[in-house]
Structures are given as C-alpha cells and as structure tokens.
Design a protein around this ligand. Sequence first.
Ligand code: G3P
Ligand code: MG
Length: 244
Amino acid sequence: MNIMAHRGVSSLAPENTLAAFNKAAELGCEWIEIDVQLSFDQVPVVIHDQCVDRCSDGNGAVSSMTLASLKSLDMGLWFADTFKNERIATLQETLLLAADKHLKVNIEIKIYAPDNVFLLCEKIKKVIIDLEVDPSQILFSSFNVEALKLMQFWLPQVRRGLLFKVIPDNALLLLAQIDAYSLHCNYLFLTGKKAKWVKQHGYQLYCYTADVPEQVYQYWEWGVDMMISNVPQAYRHIDDELKA
Ligand code: G3P
Ligand code: MG
C-alpha cells in the first residue's frame, strides 16, 4: 500500500515545513508532497496558500514578500507551541533534507493567477540542476499543463503527474501532451469506472487527500497506486490487517 505524506506529515507537524518532512522520515514514509511558489525575490519556497496568513504569524501574499521577510515569520506557532520558531523552507533546503533522509519528493508546482509560470518553473529547474538531484527521487505535479510542459522540455527525465479535482473527459489528451507518468485526482470524485479507464491507459493513479483509510478500501481494488494523505500513520494498521 503506497502512501505519500501530504505537505509532509501535516497532521503531526505544521504543513510544508522541515518539521513535517522530518516526521515523514521518522514514520518511514517513502514519499512527501510539497507545494512550491516563488518569493518576491524569486526564490522557490514551500508553502501551499497564496498568502501566509493561515500558516504563519504574518499576513500578505507570498509573491509580495522577499525570502528574508518570509524567513522572519513563525510557521509553527499556529500549529502548536512545540513548533515555535519553525521557518518557511526553501525548495533547496527541502531537497537537501530529503536526500539526507532518503525521502522522495512530489514537487507540486503551485500556480496562483497571475503568477509567472515560466519564471517559477525556471527557478525550480535551476535548484534541481544545481543540487544534481537524482531524477528518480522526484516527481513534478501541477494543475497547470503549461508548467508541466516546461518541465518536460527542461528536465524530461523527471516524471510528471497531472492534477485534477475531477477527471475530465479530455484527460487522456492532456496526459499525452506532457507524456505524463501519473494522474492525481481528488479521491472524493473518483469512481471505479474512471479509475479503471485511467489504469487501462497505462497511467499511475494517485488520489488526494484521503485521510480515512476505511473510506478508500475499495480504491486499491480499482487500481489506485498511491494515496496522498495528511495522516500516513493511519494506514499502518490497515497494512497490518491486509497482511494478517
Ligand atoms: O498534490 C495533491 C494535492 O496537494 C493537491 O491539492 O490544494 O492540497 O495542493 P492541494
Ligand atoms: Mg499540494
């Protein structure tokens, strides 16, 4: 049973922080999912929302703040006192930690209008090239096809996954355009029929964000390859039950 830690183990530590990624390593997760955007001074940083308000002690748009301003924020206190002083992680810091802890990283390229898709992709590419990241250790994903096309052009050896909320009828066309490895969809809207259709066409099928293992028992029978979850630890006993 393959489980990816969504934004790190975001049920046990503040999401998208090094603390959450360390938790994933502690729990023995193979994969983490992270969201990447650009700071004002064009550094790829790991944060989900367009604004820092929900997950820090500050406010404002990520794209309007320099890395130094973003680093001045506390990203842990909103979650729990024990995470006080947690700082925003850059993509570079995250990939270094991941390499050290043998974690594979699903880099979600997060585009909020009117973000510059080209610039974000270019900066992500540079970090990966500079760090000489092994392509097998990462996977790009995005709701934005253009972003994945750029990555296909620059780093063709890194696998690409296309994100959907609901799988549309033209999904195969879009997946073919980027020579995708995987399709990632919201588990709430997946049906057995759609799952089998995706699998018949040879794609890996990932579901987000399934936090109650009992709700997705049958998804494994449909051929789903990976659950992206905030609570990877919840799947432990399911695995044990299946093995028993
Ligand atoms: O990559 C899966 C999932 O993270 C996509 O949605 O909004 O949680 O980034 P979101
Ligand atoms: Mg995400």
